[in-house]
Design a protein around this ligand. Structure first.
Ligand code: PLP
Length: 356
């Protein structure tokens, strides 16, 4: 059987990963400034992470949400301490798209409305509802189109936002803390505050997608916290499990849970929570947020000395280097000549560094 050929892969096979490095089958070392697409948050094969998952596997590997799973509460308690959202509730799921899908459903259950405001350049996933709010029509099959009404507003366009609110039916605004796939553009602090204000005024919910920009990558636990804004719903995935599939939705107290409202077989399983707990423990023990700031200062100072870089985007260690020519050649050269993994985006001129 052949695997369904949808990925344009580098011809590299990894046999080991440790800290900021990965190694191919010939023991060639690569510096990983890509983190397997913004996933690695505490380093590859971190010893605490390996130990936490292994210990859990030797106890209970999996059981569904039909029994008590105390390790879920343990993760929730740690997340409350570190995320700044100690009063929010936590729903576990398995991937970023699933987290956003559930976030949209929750908003719509809550206020019984259907229209969503999203942003130009957004990427929120490839499931039915998330494709509708992703600004890339090429990804949608006919069956996905027009599930519900969406207005795509340009980032930081206050008038555009107000215009989009002019129908009564706006259920939610969804925005990435920093756009990942789109090309590292981000809302200004002022614009995020403005969105939060409009959401209150028009009885809509603010959903911040922190799937790529969360878990410390920007230097704060969530990127939107640079703006001192509180969201009603926050979605998380990638960094949450450092590679183990786990995702979550943080939900404001005003949104009430009821049996059967949401659900998933694998969400919050024992192994995923063991991975998630070790990530949070390590972020705290190793002062990773402070380290992000330190490395950012060094890196930005160095990058500013490179005249070909026309703009620096992003925050912390989620950075975009914009040139005035396509970066494909540079990216290939970094990988094959200098053994450095970097990322790309929808912006062909932007090289991204998404690391720890
Ligand atoms: C901001 C953002 N939201 C959602 C997703 C979708 O996550 P997943 O691929 O886990 O479904 C991604 C994936 O790249 C993302 O960057």
């Amino acid at each position: 059987m052949k695997t369904f050929n949808v990925y344009n892969r580098f011809n590299i096979t990894l046999s080991k990963a440790e800290g900021v490095y990965v190694y191919d089958e010939n023991k060639q070392q690569y510096l990983d400034l890509y983190g397997g697409h913004g996933v690695i948050s505490i380093g590859h094969s971190h010893p605490n992470y390996v130990e936490s998952i292994t210990t859990q596997l030797n106890k209970v590997g999996f059981y569904s949400n039909s029994v008590n799973i105390p390790i879920q509460e343990e993760l929730a308690t740690k997340l409350a301490e570190q995320s700044g959202y100690d009063k929010h509730q936590l729903f576990f799921c398995n991937s970023g798209a699933e987290a956003n899908e559930n976030a949209l459903k929750l908003a719509s259950f809550h206020n019984n409305k259907k229209k969503v405001i999203a942003f130009k350049g957004s990427f929120h996933g490839r499931t039915a509802a998330t494709l509708n709010i992703t600004d890339n029509p090429k990804l949608s099959a006919p069956i996905n189109i027009n599930n519900f009404s969406v207005d795509f507003v340009a980032l930081n366009d206050e008038q555009g936002l107000v215009n989009a609110f002019q129908s009564d039916d706006v259920c939610a605004v969804i925005i990435e803390g920093i756009q990942g796939v789109g090309g590292l553009d981000a809302p200004t602090d002022y614009f995020l505050k403005y969105i939060a204000k409009c959401c209150k005024l028009y009885n809509a919910l603010l959903i911040v997608d922190e799937i790529q920009s969360g878990y410390g990558r920007s230097g704060k636990f969530f990127a939107h916290q640079h703006a001192n804004v509180k969201a009603d719903i926050i979605t998380m995935a990638k960094g949450m499990g450092n590679g183990f599939p786990i995702a979550g939705v943080l939900i404001d107290q005003k949104i009430k849970a009821s049996y059967g409202l949401l659900g998933t077989t694998f969400g919050g399983n024992h192994l995923a929570c063991a991975a998630g707990i070790s990530v949070l423990n390590t972020i705290q023990k190793e002062s990773i947020l402070e380290n992000v700031e330190k490395v950012n200062t060094y890196l930005v100072n160095e990058l500013k000395t490179i005249p070909k870089i026309k703009a620096l985007k992003g925050k912390g260690l989620m950075l975009g280097l914009e040139f005035d020519f396509p970066i494909k050649e540079i990216r290939d050269e970094l990988l094959h000549k200098h053994q450095i993994f970097t990322g790309n985006s929808m912006n062909p001129n932007l090289l991204s560094l998404i690391h720890i």
